[in-house]
Design a protein around this ligand. Structure first.
Ligand code: HEC
Length: 451
């Protein structure tokens, strides 16, 4: 599995610098610096640090300053990125926050927060939960390796752990956090069905969370890449919906589960003497109109130090299959499926739960943090470039039909199948997280550091 993911990551990386690459972050001459944010009309406002400050109207409020210090990155031309990025713009190779001058500056803001007991300044549970989530992400990045800058990492980790604990919500406040998917649906800001005439029009399916509805969960809550620090603080759910509704979807899934030979030897290439298996081509076809979704929701840590699920959506990724023709190339894959993504909008969520997610535009620019070789896109020698994330989906999902479904192994034995509910159990993301080394590190600091 891990090897397969590595292959996926490499495949994505290769095209990353070719097909997906957009504007360079580091123009070759100073004169060619990027236009100031105010002149970049195509830039979605949520990605810009000059957007409304998140935690208080005063941009210099300590919560705003700490949030910026940890999550906003500045390119050489002065443009800033990351203010509303789902995951922090920090990669395995990043030296930012660990080396001068940003390391000392970050410790200073963290210490200022701790000394002032600034956790008392913002009471809104939604803001506290998101703030903790973001600090926890930086914490996990900080301790994700120990072979470089160990002392600097520890200094950051100690302070981050204390603030994560101080802003933790009691369980009753976590239970009352808003279900942003339902709230967004109720706000009717997006269509609720795919429109084949407007294939780039993002939609939020109405019945996605209806446990008796047409969407059948096929993979519950276990992050695919448990080795991956970006993904380990979320619960994941993969759901599928075939034309014909619940009964037709369950019947198709049952046929797959009963398949005598779900995997066959891959005869398409040589893998250095290794024999590999692939999904049996006879099972690959999915009827046009099949929808598949991956819903990622936020986990938080409560005031007793336990990991809890929340209903706050971090992202919804969807693919709609348009035609059943088999094809094997990236280009063909693009024609075979339409891709959609919604992501958490912090500014939106803080104004109302109904604005808690926003659609990612097809040509919107951003950064790949998941499976991206660990190279920091802001440290000049990497020659970082912006990409259009929506154009990258096909890199990892270009195979025909079910073969493009990366979690499809879950559909076959030895995984289970319940006639009433299909293949997925509910999963236990809290348990997966609690087995990780980064969680052990946080626990040790949680228990040993002064409050
Ligand atoms: C770097 C590779 C990569 C890229 C890029 C990528 N995905 Fe995925 N995607 C995966 C992997 C791996 C899984 C399996 C997740 C699991 O098993 O929980 C997955 C799962 C999914 C699923 C659930 C069904 C499945 O295939 O298991 C959907 C839907 C999905 N991705 C949509 C998208 C969309 C939309 C985009 C673009 C915005 C995208 N993906 C970009 C690797 C990628």
């Amino acid at each position: 599995m891990y090897r397969a993911l590595l292959a996926v990551a490499l495949a994505a990386g290769v095209t990353y610098f070719v097909a997906g690459a957009r504007s360079p972050l580091f123009p070759s001459s100073e004169g060619a610096a990027q236009a100031p944010p105010s002149q970049r009309a195509a830039q979605p406002p949520t990605r810009n640090v000059e957007a409304t400050p998140l935690y208080d109207r005063d941009a210099e409020h300590i919560w705003n300053r700490l949030d910026r210090q940890l999550r906003v990155r500045t390119a050489r031309g002065g443009a800033t990125y990351g203010a509303d990025n789902l995951d922090p713009l920090l990669w395995a190779e990043t030296r930012h926050l660990l080396t001068p001058p940003s390391h000392a500056a970050t410790l200073a803001v963290l210490d200022e927060f701790l000394t002032a007991h600034a956790e008392r300044l913002v009471r809104d549970p939604v803001r506290r939960a998101v703030f903790q989530r973001d600090l926890w992400a930086v914490f996990d990045w900080t301790v994700s390796r120990a072979d470089t800058h160990p002392a600097a990492r520890h200094e950051l980790a100690q302070r981050l752990a204390r603030i994560i604990r101080r802003v933790a919500l009691p369980p009753n406040e976590i239970a009352a956090l808003p279900d942003t998917y339902s709230a967004t649906l109720a706000g009717a800001r997006y269509p609720t069905a795919y429109d084949p005439e407007h294939r780039d029009r993002a939609f939020l399916p109405a019945a996605l969370s209806d446990s008796a509805g047409p969407w059948i969960p096929i993979h519950g809550s276990v992050p695919v890449e448990q080795h991956n620090f970006e993904m380990s603080r979320s619960s994941f759910r993969v759901l599928i919906n075939l034309p014909g509704g619940r009964a037709a979807t369950l019947a198709h899934l049952k046929r797959l589960w009963n398949a005598q030979e779900p995997f066959v030897v891959d005869r398409t290439g040589s893998f250095g003497g290794e024999t590999r298996t692939i999904l049996n081509p006879a099972l690959q076809a999915l009827p046009p109109g099949t929808h598949i979704a991956l819903v990622r929701r936020m986990l938080v840590i409560d005031s007793a130090g336990d990991i809890r699920q929340t209903p706050i959506v971090e992202s919804v990724q969807m693919r709609v299959f348009r035609q059943a023709e088999p094809c094997r190339t990236v280009i063909c894959g693009h024609n075979d499926q339409d891709f959609f993504e919604f992501v958490l909008s912090r500014a939106g969520l803080f104004s109302s739960a109904a604005s808690g997610v926003r659609a990612v535009e097809p040509d919107e620019e951003g950064f790949l943090t998941f499976s991206s070789h660990g190279i920091d896109h802001f440290e000049p020698e990497a020659g970082g470039r912006l990409i259009a994330p929506m154009q990258m989906c096909v890199n990892c999902h270009h195979e025909p039909g079910l073969a493009s479904v990366r979690s499809s192994r879950r559909l076959f034995r030895p995984y289970t199948f319940a006639d009433g509910g299909g293949p997925a159990g509910d999963g236990m993301p809290e348990m997966w997280k609690s087995w990780r080394a980064d969680w052990g590190y946080l626990q040790a600091l949680w228990q040993s550091e002064p409050r």
